[in-house]
Design a protein around this ligand. Structure first.
Ligand SMILES: Cc1cc2nc3c(=O)[nH]c(=O)nc-3n(C[C@H](O)[C@H](O)[C@H](O)COP(=O)(O)O)c2cc1C
Length: 179
């Protein structure tokens, strides 16, 4: 049994990313412990690049905001799932702020070795996810992480557009495959 944490980057609660993440969680919960952290529920300041976390005990950040709760959950995680809407061909700014604050603990104190990626976007462009996929792969290479799988959903714009989309079953099956 693995401890899986899903970071949901959408600020639109109950939106397409949320629904996709929840379906993944239903599959994953068959064999694992699953927690969901929604960026919409968190107040996280950006990393200011002071680098004091390099030398502080536990590699803790000087800034005590909702990252304290996120660090605590991720410290016990084996698998990290990134779920985001496409915003200007990237992930959401709120999710990026959380990920930036993981830089030092990810390298020094977390046990996370596997990740998965769930993305939604409004456009139908074949290359819609390319910028995020490149960044994701480079992060995996840098931190020596293994990808468990991805679900990429094009053409979903308004809240609930994803309902009935086959990607929800794909997300369930991907979650189920993680043991
Ligand atoms: C600020 C902003 C930027 C966006 N940029 C893109 C984009 O570059 N490409 C795209 O296909 N969709 C873009 N979208 C559309 C969202 O990705 C789409 O509506 C998605 O379904 C939202 O997911 P949610 O319901 O989980 O919030 C953007 C939406 C917002 C609010």
């Amino acid at each position: 049994m693995r401890n899986i944490v899903i970071l949901v980057g959408s600020m639109r609660k109950g939106g397409n990313t949320d629904l996709l993440a929840r379906r993944f969680a239903e599959g994953a919960a068959e064999h694992n412990h699953v927690g969901i952290i929604s960026a919409a529920d968190c107040r996280v300041s950006p990393c200011i690049g002071c680098n004091t976390c390099f030398t502080r005990e536990d590699h803790a950040c000087f800034n005590h905001d909702d990252m304290d709760m996120i660090y605590e959950k991720l410290r016990r995680a084996d698998v990290l799932v990134i779920a985001s809407p496409v915003y200007f061909y990237g992930i959401s700014a709120e999710l990026k702020a959380i990920i930036d604050r993981l830089h030092t603990p990810m390298r020094s104190s977390f046990a996370i070795r596997k990740t998965a990626l769930l993305l939604v976007g409004a456009a139908s462009l074949p290359n819609l996810f390319d910028p995020i996929l490149l960044q994701y792969q480079m992060i995996l290479d840098f931190f020596h992480l293994q990808d468990c799988g991805k679900v990429l959903v094009r053409g979903v714009k308004d809240r609930g557009d994803i309902i009935g989309h086959p990607a929800l079953d794909e997300a369930y099956r991907l979650g189920l495959s993680i043991e």
